[in-house]
Write a protein that binds this ligand. Sequence first.
Ligand code: IPM
Ligand code: MN
Length: 344
Amino acid sequence: MEANVRSYVVAHLPGDGIGPEVTAVARDLVDQAGKEHGFTVDWRHCPLGSEHYLRTGEVLPDDALNDLRKTDAIFLGAVGSPAVRPGVLERGLLLKLRFDLDLYVNLRPARLRRGVPSYGPGALDAIIVRENTEGLYAGAGGIAHRGSALEVATEESLNTRAGVERCIRYAASLAKKRSGKLTLVHKTNVLTNAGSLWKRVADEVATEQGVPLEYAHVDAACLYLVSDPGRFDVIVTDNLFGDIITDLAAALTGGLGLSASGNLNPDRTGPSMFEPVHGSAPDIAGTGKANPAGAVLSAALMLDHLGEAAAAAGLEAAVDAVLAAGGAGSCQGWSEALSAEVAR
Ligand code: IPM
Ligand code: MN
């Protein structure tokens, strides 16, 4: 091996359902790209997820979190299992990682690739910047009088000026690097408190950065994403709106199987985490039907973040080429077709 080869420590957290099968494909392709581009990845297996929880009762022990903090990046498959009560792993593992590692941007590109049928009159080519640590995901709220006729459940949306500002700042800088188009998506006509804060901060940041700002209410944004996708380039939005519109954007660009995400700590005070958007899909786990492209594109986002832009572009191009040729069917088919493209 060359003495000066670049090397990265990456935690591989395959998790549940189809997570292990799709991340295994992506990991091999990253290794293959590394040989071509002169870097190695020191993968550290991290066995957290439903099986570990059911066996040990542990969701995310402190020492595991501390080990994850010391890595260059985290590559995650999926979290969630029908055998575990909803929320235990989602909140205790996935959201805890997002919050504790301060992964305040959830970056979700949505581009209609050649060979993928379009639903509507135009082709979406946008990046959604979803705030990833606050809003209705913050966990503020509770239940009183559980089970009685007077039961009450609250869920409060937390929006801090600092949290909103850093997210919008990231989106504005991304818009500057792309087309310059930035759209804030919110619901300022009803959520007048949080909406006011988001709108004022977005106006301030956009003015300061010299980026023209457009605005769409979230319901209208759903309509436009389908009927007039060309109006969007970089979208910035809060945590729950971002969760919802990124599934819509996925459907408009070939489905969840092709959708990638990066949970970013843009300040680089610790590792960022990369995961396909699709989730654990327990209904098809082990059938060989899972599409690993979303995991591969997430690995490309990871390589880009690590500074391996050429290798990242190679993985992107490989997915584009396989799709343009009509796709590859099974997980194994995708693995072989992508590997052949990366070798080309
Ligand atoms: C996503 C997922 C998660 C979310 C779930 C699994 C907690 O839907 O990454 O979009 O809501 O953020
Ligand atoms: Mn989601």
